[in-house]
Design a protein around this ligand. Structure first.
Ligand SMILES: C[S@@+](CC[C@H](N)C(=O)[O-])C[C@H]1O[C@@H](n2cnc3c(N)ncnc32)[C@H](O)[C@@H]1O
Length: 287
């Protein structure tokens, strides 16, 4: 038997005997190879075109592709678990919860976005008849924790089993005029202070041993790269999360990369010595 085959059979054997039931997902480890075509296990995420099935749409500026929620919900939760999204936006996470049979709680600051996304989530296919709710509130406030805890009890749980955080990338997109909006932060320090309050809430709301997903990108300001991703990653580590993965996701259909506008960005990049963003991060933590 070659070394590789031997190693593979040893791995398969130890999975079969000790770990064929995952404590945090419904992935059947006795058939782990069956999942490899669907579930990403590498750090480079080339997700391709946006999934526009069912009620998913790319019409909300700043929403993420549903494939991100699909990957982390499948990988890190079991049927009936609660997934919490503290920057719910147009409800991409909650729509995927409906598809995958996980209960979902979303928190969103903008009341208009809450009402638009509630309608969209209600129209989504929900074969397992799971419960979702959208809360209009500030995820950085201490009050939101009690509201989410009481929702968990309504769903028969003490806490949530996965958290997704997709905050504004500081001020690159304007969402509201509300000073509690992370995108309205006058300085990067202020943005990170608000984000650290959200991360603390996430830590307290999450069940021990479970995972948090942070989706974030960087920005340029005044001729300098502002590494928001790594700053927010460190905030999460400082509140107590263990870092599990830094995944790089390609940005598809970025207008900065297309046509005349794309050429203008390439020209500026060459002239000024920077690079045009074509990636963002999906950073995974465990409590
Ligand atoms: C990048 S978007 C999230 C998009 C979402 N992942 C989706 O797919 O639709 C960030 C969202 O956070 C909201 N937001 C900003 N500050 C907030 C806060 N303090 N509490 C709750 N939501 C906030 C914004 O209104 C915006 O909808």
């Amino acid at each position: 038997m070659s070394n590789n085959l031997l190693r593979e059979s040893v791995i398969t054997e130890s999975l079969n005997t000790k770990q064929n039931k995952s404590v945090f997902s419904d992935i059947d480890m006795t058939h782990w190879k069956d999942y490899l075509g669907d579930i990403i296990t590498d750090t480079l995420w080339l997700l391709g075109a946006r999934d526009k099935s069912d009620t998913h749409s790319g019409d909300y500026h700043g929403n993420f592709v549903p494939q991100i929620a699909y990957q982390v919900i499948t990988r890190y939760t079991k049927a009936g678990d609660i997934v919490l999204d503290l920057f719910s936006g147009m409800g991409t996470t909650l729509i995927e919860c409906c598809h995958l049979g996980r209960n979902g709680i979303g928190v969103e600051l903008n009341p208009d976005v809450v009402s638009a996304s509630s309608k969209r989530v209600a129209l989504s296919e929900n074969p397992k008849n799971i419960k979702t709710c959208l809360i209009n509130g500030d995820s950085a406030s201490s009050e939101i924790k009690d509201v989410v805890f009481s929702k968990c009890r309504e769903y028969g749980r003490d806490n949530v089993q996965h958290v997704i955080l997709h905050p504004p990338y500081w001020d690159i997109i304007k969402f509201t005029d509300d000073e509690r909006d992370l995108a309205c932060s006058p300085t990067c320090e202020d943005f990170l202070e608000k984000f650290s309050r959200v991360a603390k809430n996430a830590y307290e709301l999450l069940e021990k041993g479970r995972f948090l997903t942070l989706v974030i990108g960087d920005k340029y300001a005044k001729g300098e790269l502002v590494p928001l991703s790594f700053e927010c990653m460190n905030v999460c580590r400082n509140v107590g999360f263990k870092l599990k993965a830094i995944n790089v996701k390609d940005i598809q259909g970025n207008e900065k990369g297309k046509g005349k506008q794309g050429n203008l960005w390439k020209y500026r990049a060459l002239k000024q010595g920077f690079y045009v963003f074509k990636h963002e991060y999906i950073i995974i933590f465990r409590k």
